[in-house]
Design a protein. Sequence first.
Length: 778
Amino acid sequence: MSYRIAVRALCDFAAKRGDLDLRFTPSPSAQEGIAGHQLVGERRGERYEREVALRGSYRHLEVRGRADGYDPVANRLEEIKTHRGDLSRQPANQRALHWAQAKVYGHLLCVERGLDQLTVALIYFDIVSQRETPLSESCSADELREVFETLCQAFLAWAQQELAHRRRRDRALQALRFPFAGFRDGQRPLAETVYKSIHTRRWLMLQAPTGIGKTLGTLFPMLKAMPGEPLDKIFFLTARNTGQRLALDALRSLGAERQRLEGAGPDELGCDDIDIDSAAEAVPLRVLTLTSRAKACEHPDKACHGDSCPLAAGFYDRLPAARVAAVERGWLDRAGLREIALGHQVCPYYLGQEMARWADVVIGDVNYWFDFHAMLYALSQQQQWQVGLLVDEAHNLVERGRGMYSATLDHAAFRRLKPTLPAPLRRPLSRVASVWQALAEESDVEYRVLETLPCKLINALQQAVSQIVEYQSEQPIALDSELQRFAFDAQHFCRVADVFGDHSICDVTRQSARGRQRNAGARVTLRNVVPAPFLAPRFAAAHGGALFSATLAPEAYYRDLLGVPEGAPWVSLASPFRDSQLEVQIAARLSTRYADREASLTPLADRIAEQFQARRGNYLAFFSSFAYLEQVADRLAERHPQIPLWRQASHMDDDAREAFLGRFETSGEGVGFAVLGGIFGEGIDLPGDRLIGAFVATLGLPQVNPVNEQMRARLQALYGHGYDYAYFFPGMQKVVQAAGRVIRSGTDEGVIHLLDDRFAKRESQALLPAWWPKPITD
Ligand code: SF4
């Protein structure tokens, strides 16, 4: 059996040495890179061959790739690299890597065309000045073969263990059995539907209610499909950390962690909650959790290069040993990865990025696949992996997708930065400042939508980013510095501007300078309304997958906004719960509209108290804003002081969040006040009598404001459903998610009070889960 590897991956593995060094970044975007390659190609003669597909082998390694260009007249092979910034500052190890790639292509070309000699050239193309800097070497075929063979030899042992791992993994997955005695109600059809979709290389939209066991019910069939399809990787993507924990638990129940546990003594395990004897058979699966750089960084006050951070210095020299330790461990959750990284003195964040190449299941945020610079997507394209994707809590992808393809420039933050600017950056940033100020002063209105992009500002930002990159190559800039943040924001803004279209709006919001109207600044936003054009190619790039959630209705809304491939079935699975477990009451004579808020306070407080007296226990009460929450909580405390209550605060850290949830004790009594759509509105699990009821005192409609009105208008123009898409559907989705906290298992019983007359309308009730009993309206 041969092992296939791309030229680039071979060189990345075997030819990288020295420090991790991000000073010569930000590198050009993918679009800039493609445009740069095209332009260089167009400058060549007619006989110039572009994108030359090459392949060759060494023992059981099969190496493939596409050389950028070959000029048969000059007998010259070219490897084109786009860049921005001063080339003389490029780290030596990066240059060496590029030479390795060019020479491997050179060898493959010599073999394929029977050449004895070849000129190998690196063409560095500056995307800002559009100038080429060529570096060339004349090489004999023997010299090139030696380079190729040395790199292949360095990779062979690794390739062997990779092949052996894959054989073991696939054998174990073929034999894998469901870890529990039986499927839960609804879990088998869920697993079968996911299996069929991946087997037919399709996407699936799956509305699966709470209680089915979605995480295990989707991961299990995906793993079973892995050997047959075959899949190289499974990516389990989530919008919240809670989903990641559930995915790890599910994989643990399948025996993925057991291979590590079996080799460890009790002290090393440091835990007593895993019963090795009763766990599933060991499955040799490499599982990796990806953590953001902000959370994984060990030195946030430093910059990512060897002169600044000790974990970047010599990173590539120590990486091979860390990589071996990581694959031996197999189970790379955040703590495990960190332990290995620090044990080998390498950065945990960048070790995680490296291990994504060698893991079987990667668990991470949705941005690793869907956003502009999505690492997992880029790697998959580069390595041509067959990937099965599972997207948990997929209803969040509308808002998350919008966020990924939107960009904001905040004038106030920029002004704070100005006095601290280093001298070499003052000029380019002054230009940004004056163009930005002129834009702010074009109009007195608080909020306006621009007909066209602010091109002068974008040009000034592009130049400023180049200068910051230059400066950064000499001077470390801490990851958390204002200047670094501005550089990231400005670069992101320029990239979003490059792909601006009907799916987005560009708006300007006036920001007054310390309350004065003169010299007011302006926040400029490129606001994505429909992420579908960006997400659709990402769906298409996977072998197949499933988007799943307890709330993925209405179907058309999610199809339109997410860009799910045509023909992807939408399936809604029946709930395992009985309608007798739940009582739903609608307060049809109560209005929580803004104008009626004051009048609603006492009726709301009394209704909560009445329910509490009727059945004492723990309840959650949801409101549209912190202000409303406070008002009703105060009124309840005033009129019914005997009822214990606790409130969500606007900024809660992990401890405060845990303390809030900790109040929901088994057999406890009281009312937790929370905001709809906030951290307690979904993704929390309070089974049994930890929660016996919920009050939802709002339809969850986004606030009517100029921004949302613009979104409504754009959605109306695109789909003819402006109000529903901008307000009603997102609002009701939050209501159903929040109310879904009440019944979490087949033995739970509870009550949901929907407190607004609009819940009594047919269109609202059409969006409530089908298994809910008919509401009692009063
Ligand atoms: S530890 Fe932090 S500063 Fe150092 S290389 Fe990693 S991310 Fe960069």
